[in-house]
Design a protein around this ligand. Structure first.
Ligand code: CA
Length: 243
């Protein structure tokens, strides 16, 4: 298994409020997380960085060599709850950080499987040569709700005024609702974790083409370049795992 990760400030923002971490924990086991912070001038950067740290610490503490699959879901949920309570507490102690929060897409890689926990509109995709690109995560956003209810078309969703409004984020409430799923990651298949700075500028079809054509490192570079070529309106983060 190979993993690469890259983040870029984009062309229009003064700071990079995205954060990512990739880490090997044992033979054939490791995790990757992408966070996209929000909330005020400093809040977004603080929130994603607190989440990254809390999740890393929780994953390191929970991992053991005798881990079994049924233990993984509670470990991932605990890691995101820990991020949630840390951000919420720090925000309540510092009025200037009030309302800060972050997305978090976390994947734990274990025995050719990816176990995933997600909150917000950062995404996880699976790419295989046969099936192409498939979005595994669901956006927790106002626009996704409208799409689900059939009130707008996918075309209208792209430029909708509410497209940045999240219905869930880590750190903004005491409680947190988390999606969990797992997927097989076969040899040669790729898992992509990314922030919306990529997906708001580059279409899924093009993301799939890039993942099919380039080596891991070049694919990460190319995805970021392509988002910047298309405007680079937001911070861009990509992590690619190859099974
Ligand atoms: Ca973003």
């Amino acid at each position: 298994m190979k993993i690469v990760g890259k983040t870029d400030i984009g062309l229009h923002r003064d700071s990079n409020q995205d954060a990512f971490r990739i880490m090997a924990l044992g033979p054939g086991a490791g995790f990757a997380v992408v966070c996209d912070g929000m909330g005020g001038e400093n809040g977004g950067e603080r929130a994603s960085s607190i989440a990254k740290k809390a999740i890393t610490q929780a994953m390191e503490e929970s991992f053991s060599e005798d881990l079994t699959e049924e233990k993984i879901k509670p470990i991932l949920l605990r890691a995101l709850y820990s991020a949630n309570s840390n951000i919420y507490r720090i925000a309540s102690e510092h009025p200037e950080l009030s309302g800060m929060g972050t997305t978090a897409v976390l994947t734990f890689l274990f025995r050719q499987k990816a176990f995933c926990a997600t909150v917000g509109d950062s995404r996880i995709y699976l790419f295989s040569k046969d099936a192409g690109l498939c979005q595994l995560s669901k956006d927790h956003s106002r626009v996704q709700d409208l799409l689900d209810r059939g009130e707008i078309t996918p075309e209208e969703a792209k430029n909708h005024s509410d497209r940045n409004k999240l219905t869930r984020a880590v750190g903004i409430n005491e409680s947190l609702e988390i999606d969990f799923f797992d997927a097989e990651l076969l040899s040669g298949e790729r898992l992509l974790l990314c922030s919306d700075g990529l997906t708001s500028c580059v279409e899924d079809e093009e993301i799939g083409e890039i993942l099919s054509q380039y080596s891991l490192e070049e694919a990460a570079e190319t995805l970021i370049h392509r988002a910047n070529d298309r405007g680079g309106y937001d911070n861009i983060t990509v992590v690619i795992v190859e099974g």
